[in-house]
Design a protein around this ligand. Sequence first.
Ligand code: SAH
Ligand code: SF4
Length: 405
Amino acid sequence: MAASLDIARANPNAPPVSRTPVDVDKRLTVIGLTRTELADQFKATGVPEREVRMRASQIWRWVYNKGAKTFDEMTNVSKDLREQLAEQFTLARPEIVTEQISVDGTRKWLLRLAPDAWGARHEVETVYIPEENRGTLCVSSQVGCTLTCSFCHTGTQTLVRNLTAEEIVQQLIVARDQLGEWPAALAENPDAPAGGRFITNMVLMGMGEPLYNFDNVKAAMEIVCDNEGLSLSRRRITLSTSGVVPMIERCGEEIGVMLAISLHATRDEIRNQLVPLNKKYPIKQLLDACRAYPGLSNARRITFEYVMLKGVNDSPKHAKELVQLLRGIPAKVNLIPYNPWPGSPHECSEWDAIEAFAEIINRAGYSSPVRTPRGRDIMAACGQLKSASERLRAKAREQLERAPA
Ligand code: SAH
Ligand code: SF4
């Protein structure tokens, strides 16, 4: 059984989603095409057959190793071909609407995407979280989310569409632009990290359910992991799912990234309330799919995310149940203090309760770090993301409703 985008809550007038929406200027974006797709495009646009592979590799390196923003910069490509390429392709990035920097160094970008085939311009958020020895980019996979987890701000955003592969890859490209992670900028930066990477890890934990956008996430990861391109290791990428059971095996087989499961409860009655998808794929099915996850081993554990909600799922009894449930699965547990958002229905557990919970999981032999909330002051922490456009629209609607007739 294949999972599909549940558009029940999406705008009924929204057009269908295409893999690569056409720019209004009709040029195709290079970013987001896989290497084979790029070569095929060059072939179709009249690049001589014997040059196709070489040209595709050349352009690929300019785009993904050097961060070229125009074809003009590609000095080892003939002027004629550069002009021809510029007529048919673009290297455009999404527009940065806002960049916010938290007191803890977390950065959040609100990106306005290129108009889709129907002229609509959607917005998504991408977050960069610097830590002592690494930096993690949290990437969105959808505009909004069709699921409605009770504790998640993104789930309240009704406007939903899948991101294309290029829109997923573009988030990493924009982050590298802004952080100065291309060779030219790094060479001038005395504080550049030793390995040349600010972004060492990536998590698909931004807006949206990545396993409801499987094909585009898969294509994007192929590009991001390409050894001659951005070259991010699949072991440094974690995909988080709320539990789309039928797609979990394919995720391991075809995308091959690390898996995180948003578990959040140990009993179906509670999980049904928190993660309504549980009614379709209950805990037992979900954990069976985890046990069968391709490539699972002690070196490649599944992360179980557990948001700490006061009086809901945070008692010592729940912690013991969690240990029982995870028995036999190479696992680690991420305890996430609940991040509130305006109008949210829950409260974060008391610190003592979180510590007691972590202690029980730890004693059972599982690593269970409590994730320090990052970027709360700029609403960049887990579950707080929601496009500002949607917030503004909601505000405008509210004002209209309040206005006297
Ligand atoms: N849709 C995917 C990935 C995005 S959510 C999923 O649900 O797994 C990324 C993580 O943030 C998930 O574990 C999610 O449960 C958690 N999260 C959502 N809202 C949160 C909140 N308000 N506070 C803390 N964590 C939250
Ligand atoms: Fe969607 Fe994940 Fe938020 Fe649930 S927690 S509403 S699946 S983004």
